[in-house]
Design a protein. Sequence first.
Lengths: 468, 1113
Amino acid sequence: MPDITNPIVNSEIKKLPLTWLEYSSSKLNLKHEQVKPKSRTRTQSQICASLPEMLQCIFLLSDSGEVMLEKQLTGHRVDRSICAWFWDQSISQGETFKSLSVIASPTHYLFQIVRDGITFLACSQVEMPPLMAIEFLCRVADVLSDYLGGLNEDLIKDNFIIVYELLDEMIDNGFPLTTEPSILREMIAPPNLVSKMLSVVTGNASNVSDTLPSGAGSCVPWRPTDPKYSSNEVYVELAEEMDAIVNRDGELVKCEIYGEVQINSQLSGFPDLTLSFANPSILEDMRFHPCVRFRPWESHQVLSFVPPDGEFKLMSYRVKKLKNTPVYVKPQITSDSGTCRISVLVGIRSDPGKAIESITLSFQLPHCVSSADLSSNHGTVTILSNKTCTWTIGRIPKDKTPCLSGTLTLETGLGRLYVFPTFKLGFKIMGIALSGLRIEKLDFQTLPPRLYKGFRAQTRAGEFDVRL
Amino acid sequence: MFNQFGSTAETLSKASAVVLRIGTDAHLYDDPEDVNIAPLLDSKFESEKCEALKRLLALIAQGFDVSNFFPQVVKNVASQSSEVKKLVYLYLLQYAEKRPNEALLSINYFQKDLGDPNPLVRAWALRTMAGIRLHDIAPLALAAVSKGARDPAVYVRKCAANALPKLHDLRLEEHAPAIEELVGMLLNDHSPGVVGAAAAAFTSICPNNFKLIRKNYKKLCQILPDVEEWGQILLIGTLLRYVVARHGLVRESLMLSLNGMDTNGFCEKDDLVRDLTLDKEDGGKSDSFDVNLVNAVSKCYIEGPDEYLSRSSCPDTVTSGFDSKETTSIAHNEDVKILLQCTSPLLWSNNSAVVLAAAGVQWIMAPLEDVKKIVKPLLFLLRSSSASKYVVLCNILVFAKAAPSLFAPHFENFFICSSDAYQVKAHKLEMLSLIATASSISSILREFEDYIKDPDRRFAADTIAAIGLCAKRLPTIPTTCLDGLLALVRQENFAGNLEFVDGEAGVLVQAVMSIQTIIERDPHSHEKVIIQLFRSLDSIKVAAARATIIWMVGVYCSLGPIIPRMLTTLTKYLAWSFKSEAPETKLQILNTTAKVLLSAEVDDFQILKRIMVYMLELGECDLSYDIRDRTRLLKKLLSYKLASHEPAEDSVASQENIAVHVVEHIFGKKLKPFTPLALNNKFFLPGSLSHIVLHAAPGYEPLPKPCSFVFEEHDQLLNLNRQREAGAELDGSQESSETVDEDGSSDYDSESSVGSEFSSDEMMVSNDASDQAAPLIQISETSVSADQEELRSKRALDLWLDDQPSTANQTRSASNSNQSSYAKISIGDIGSRVKPKSYSLLDPGNGSGLKVDYTFLSEVSTVSPLHVCVEVLFENSSGEPILDVKLEDEESMKVADSSEQTLVGNANASYNNVPTLVPVEEISCLEARQSVKRLIQVRFHHHLLPMRLSLHYNGKKVPVKLRPDLGYLVKPFSMSIEEYLATESRLPGMFEYSRRCTFDDHVKDSRMENGKDKFLSICECITLKVLSNSNLHLVSVDLPVANTLEDATGLRIRFSSKILSSEIPLLITITVEGKCTEVLNLIVKINCEETVFGLNLLNRIANFMVEPFSLTN
């Protein structure tokens, strides 16, 4: 018999659930009840018989919650009042809701991603892989930002026809149809200055292609059949990001590299390439572009592929357990009777051999800080109204160690600081891949004439957290 | 002056903005209605049309309804410009369902586009046509899709595959087999792009039709890596379902290996597990896998969590393992091996959904030692977009719950970044507390220390809860944790007024609760900690935290040597502070004091009793209802205690004894270790939406039951059986139809021509005739037979094809000189062999022995021209009599009165008021083995949709569906060949539709071998088939005479009819092509003003012509 007087037993059920999983289930329960009866009234066989569509509708919302565009994907239309519901929720629940990618609304399941202030919202009423919806929305956002040269409210409104045409090609009856950027580019011409001018002058410029792109049906759908270039060029770049966590004791808790092999290929015909690394064993895990053949990698760790035309990401990889970071950050804070003294030193720990550029340090001042007075001996410090503080250092000078120092005034009644900010470090190093991954060679099955091969590398800071 | 400059700069920037927006469609979006759109749509310039359409789309984008432009837009579907076409399609799909009649106008253009040499045009037309979603055009769309499915262009085939779910969504049950067949065909396509789309269609149309998969299973596995990513996601799921349904789960897999452990093969399995745990550094066996949880997970996958949970309430069944027959072993099963092989490279996919789907397969099917290869790819997914991170974490959490050892070495991956969203942070915390091991806990705790100082206090509170969980799981660390937590509590006290700070209270409460959780495990060794907490009571101000500590006073009041001595002081303090406490704390103080009083020693009893009395007095006049109630309750319960003078003094009265027991039960019980309720024991398949929202989303299906899909040998056997049954049924139905004829003959009217409208004696005669294999079709030049036939044909079958038999031989037709080389023939008593097809309304299996079949009659209804006569045969195949059999329209039940009115009154005044079903008289009793027929007249709401009826018998009500047969929604319309040709010439062009189909009944017809004329038997077969399936009048049969005997090309059969509802004439011409002895190609042509009806009937005819031959003899 449970002890009914035990407040913990009771409150544990209510309060202790520490995860969103449980939290959301209890919180969203009400909504589930509303969704469920609908499904219960149907019999099982009817459900089986009526699940054609994956996604029913896609909405594009501006950062003020305005519905800029709706695209109904199936006969089961979704009323745009769902967006009003969504926006109300996201205002009342704030950031927590915005970062929730799968939402059960009273009538639909919603999937959302936010890119550059634009919310992409997709609705479904039936079981479907949620990651598929999210990945697809990401793909839509990628393609749109590629076409429009960025994403914002004006760009989308100005080019809404292209957005419609693209969406129509990308998804059919709620299931992705053509998402390969190179084919889309052939089907629907991206807006450019020439076509704009042409449309002003003649008033007539179609951006819809009359013919089916050859890649759409081939076994290498990512490549147009026969591109022609006068000179054959291929550039391989290792673009790496360093993720690190330095804890409050100044210890490097985690340090790893997330890297991508990016290729820009302008090759005629149907080239078959092989890329091999000098030290593939350091790779912890990897993901490949669909053009990469699995077998050669499985057997001798070489990348064999027919490249798409233009720029693309061939693979991404991770290298873990690095021992060192190129830059160190040493924050110090002392607080006493309502004011804190803060000083942060930034310097080079291990010289990578190349210049470390655009070093920035940003952090969020805690809520209890009422005012801050910060200055640095190098670079500029800005504090925004939302208490985000950014210190732009650039390159580290040879003669001195950059230092940020100043005082923080706490809200009245607080003796000392009890929560501490986390510094996010940014930097960029051109010409080096910090993971140590080296490309051995790039081979062609049949060497095209006038071939130019180029290699380069760069490393940026990714999720680089230094805790105070 | 500066102002001027400023304004100039402003205008300049405005100007530049305008320049930038030139050439875009910005102005169209901003002011879509600043010009009149309608005239632009009618413009002859493509560019103006284009602009108008863009404006309409802008209005759609902004949420306006512009469907009133529909007719004008539809006209533009014929445009040659691809952009106009695309825009029109976009518009059309938005509104087609709203404006069905206008949408039909576009069909012809789609038909034309479907034949376009440009694959893109074909694909667009196909996509749009299938997307229009109108029942009327569904047969056309289906025809277009099945053509598209054979298109040479991959892209078109892919679009065809995508179009199948659209058609399926219209729920045209008569087309369902055709659609499934197309899915099967497309799954077998050699192009990976098509297979992907077909897999999607399969998932949505017939996810359990594993027969389609079985045929192609190996091929699908091989093609899987080449399928495009979206198709891969669904194909992986389909293959997994198939393998489970076919072979069951794998014995070596995680799902089962632990399941069977306690019953058989204990040692062997145990070794396996230990192997796995050994290479995971350390951690006891209990850490590596949670047996019960794995068991629950696998059951949930198979049965669906709701079913599982409801079942698990009865404890016996929970432990029952899977039947060993329902499992398979990877060593012996090729299918499983291939599945695992082909999905494992997909763990490297760029698409996170593919990775997760592949990981799901490995998780469920892979042998225990291979499961760990999903770990790194899954962890890599955490580096992808923040939106997918959350979903991935939700999935990893379940994996980690069931098998923490998999993820234990990778704990750093779950360290929290400042940029993570709150939910992600919370999930990561839960992961860390799940997978912490003795070796990693120190690093994890150090991380936790950092998190406690995070500005997000909700997160800090969660961290503290996680510390509590870690301490609970790992026996070695509680002391470390407790020190830290106590320091935290003290520090929070120190800060004094922190409770006013946002979220800080939560941290403190959580800290106290975590301490309590740790103490609970072993209160005796933590006595000092408890005392410390009691001491801090003075400085802790947060009500919830105080309440928890006070509760602990009550629970641990007799623990160890020190605490009992503190009790009087403590209770005094509590009594003193009672007035200023929050309600929840007050309640706890009351409870605690009661508990303390009960366990009090002799020395303190009097003091405690006084305190209790004091507190009860205070509580009785509290402002809160709850507290007053609780006080009264306690007062009553404790009255015996309060009256006594010694704690151990037993009251004598038995009445009061009960109170003692009650009190003992409520307050005296020692605390039982609290086992966390399994709140979250609902598990859904990895990667599913249901898993994220934690309820079964509509359409969620657990894995199929293991081995529910029978082996192929069995399958074939079944097929054989089914065929045999079908044959038996066929015999039965023929018998029954004969009884129908005999009984119902008096009802028949012999006015209408073809069909079964002979009087019964004629029927018998003709049956005899056919038994004697008399020539049924005779060349009309044999005038003797012609005369004989004439008698009958005048009355029944107007089979004389020409009124001048003497000239027939001359092969001349007055109206058509170019078709002169045809003989005219008469077909004999074919009507006798026409057996209307009977459909089943109720299966005896479902109807507890009542079997109901129905047959369409060729009679014309007497109620109204909208009604169709249907004969319903009720047959009792059970041994018991069935009472009160009655057939009713579902809707008329609601308005029973009105139906009677209309029956009597104005039958033809307004068809809308006519009942949909003219009720039949009730059959009061149907004896065993008795069969009774009833004639009903039905008005179908739509010529394609079934009508819902309810069948009553034995007091039960069963919903049944009466499907219309298009062939009987027409009535025979007698006309001569000249009239026929004249009518035909009036209905050219858009009123004429034709379709090809094949016909092979004559090949199977045994009479062919009897040396009979081939042409004649072909004619006979075709006519028989047509007349058996529809209510038509046979006008003429043209035979090609000039051609060789083997070649049937040119044979032409004409039928005429009128549509029942509208009296519009409808002409059907069937032209034959091909060799007599081979399968023939038929061209069926329909001329009718009512095009939609005509098209549907055309498809119906084409469908039944290819149906297997079953109705002769």
